[in-house]
Design a protein around this ligand. Structure first.
Ligand SMILES: [Zn+2]
Length: 431
């Protein structure tokens, strides 16, 4: 039996949770204090009774956090319950149809997700009248750090840490893939963690719906290079959820060795580093590669695999760990382990036990012991639908659709939040 959850020592702040407003609370907008000096939370003209609106003095000074491929993230205090949350601004939404579709997809995903290891929207700020509607602000849970910061920090990373992190990454990934969503940018900076080691996958700016038809081309705008799967590096026109599993394999090795596994300067060098480790791939694995990539591999010397170097990553690179790692770092995506199957690997048994013993929301304790959930790694209730995207033909139509989506999303929920555009702090935030 494992002991209590290890603290990452990331922060002295305890896990941030807080009560939510009771259902049926009257719908009045509340200004949100995204502030550098605490002066942002000026109540709106038709505001709540004084008892419901915290005075600006009660707002704590906040700070930019700054994660996200698209958009800026700040720490703010929710005036409705004093809870610290993250505020993400989605910028340039209505610049063109492509950005409009991308942001709407990300917004709908954030509202769709219901999983403890996937970051989701807690709320969306009330949009202004449609004529003034330019930006979208989403509230999510505030996490204290991310795996990149943890890996480069001097704090110890034990095998227990690695197991519980990897378990949660795969648990979240199984959920995403079951909804038909490819993340496409899994990297340590997109894996948020708090001081209790709870982990959430974030940043769906590049996520898209899996394309079941292999004849359909998919965009190459994918994944930070170090975590990019070989099929993407080789210019394959179609790829699957296996690209995310490759990224997780790279991160697993990085957690063990505390250095980036394949750190190359260019996509070609990236591919060379991969073949240095895995050996020259068989011809069958090159079938979908573009001509240039195939020629590059075949022109080079024949390389034998050198997977035994993985044992030298650290003391934590046990036979079990390296076995799982080698199932994720498979050149041919068709032969790579799936996220769901990886969860069945014995290496993750301890991570699962630890997570469900003292970290999860799905199990609970009674005086006689722990009552475990029936399904440790749940899938999505339904696939994520993106059928609306095909009917989106103009920026103005997208604007109307997003405006209606946010308004309907808020219906009957908590007191809506809005921004006071005159506040100095928000002017800083917007800049
Ligand atoms: Zn549980």
């Amino acid at each position: 039996m494992l002991g209590p959850t290890p603290s990452t020592g990331l922060s002295a702040t305890p896990c941030l949770t807080g009560p939510t407003a009771p259902a049926g609370t009257p719908r009045h907008p509340t200004a949100l204090g995204g502030s550098t000096g605490g002066g942002a939370a000026v109540p709106q003209p038709y505001s709540n009774p004084a008892s419901e609106v915290p005075s600006p003095a009660e707002m704590e000074p906040d700070r930019p956090i700054g994660y996200g491929a698209f958009g800026v993230v700040w720490s703010v205090t929710d005036p409705r319950d004093g809870r610290k949350v993250a505020l993400k601004k989605m910028p340039n939404v209505f610049q063109n149809l492509v950005s409009c579709k991308r942001v709407f997809r990300e917004l709908r995903m954030l509202c769709f997700f219901k999983h403890d290891n996937v970051l989701s929207a807690l709320d969306i700020l009330q949009p202004p009248q449609i004529d003034c509607f330019e930006e979208i602000y989403v509230i999510t849970e505030l996490m204290q750090s991310d795996l990149h910061k943890v890996i480069v920090s001097p704090q110890p990373l034990t095998t227990d840490h690695i197991k519980v992190f990897l378990y949660q990454i795969l648990r979240g990934l199984k959920y995403l893939h079951s909804a038909g969503i490819l993340h496409r940018d899994i990297k340590p900076g997109n894996l948020l963690v708090n001081s209790n080691c709870l982990l959430k996958i974030c940043d769906f700016g590049l996520a898209r719906v899996e394309e079941p038809d292999p004849s359909r081309h998919m965009t190459q705008e994918v994944v930070t290079q170090y975590y990019r799967a070989p099929e993407v590096l080789m210019g394959c026109r179609h790829y699957s959820s296996a690209i995310d599993v490759w990224s997780v394999g790279c991160i697993f090795a990085e957690l063990l060795g505390r250095r980036i596994l394949f750190q190359a300067q260019s996509p070609i060098q990236q591919l060379d580093l991969i073949t240095d480790l895995l050996g020259t791939p068989p011809l069958s694995a090159l079938a979908a590669a573009c001509e240039g990539a195939r020629a590059h591999i075949l022109r080079g010397p024949h390389k034998p695999p050198s997977l035994s170097v993985l044992y030298m990553l650290s003391d934590g690179a046990t036979h079990e760990a390296v076995h799982l790692l080698c199932r994720m770092l498979v050149f041919d995506p068709a032969k790579r382990i799936s996220g769901s199957d990886a969860l069945s690997h014995p290496y993750l048994d301890e991570g699962r036990l630890r997570y469900h013993t003292c970290m999860c929301q799905c199990c609970y304790s009674v005086p006689s012991g722990r009552v475990y959930t029936r399904d440790f790694e749940p899938v999505a209730e339904r696939p994520f639908s993106h059928s609306y995207e095909n009917s989106l033909l103009s920026v103005w139509q997208g604007k109307e659709l997003i405006h209606r989506f946010i308004t309907e999303h808020q219906q009957g929920k908590r007191v809506p939040l809005c921004i006071n555009p005159q506040s100095a702090a928000f002017k800083t935030f917007i800049r």
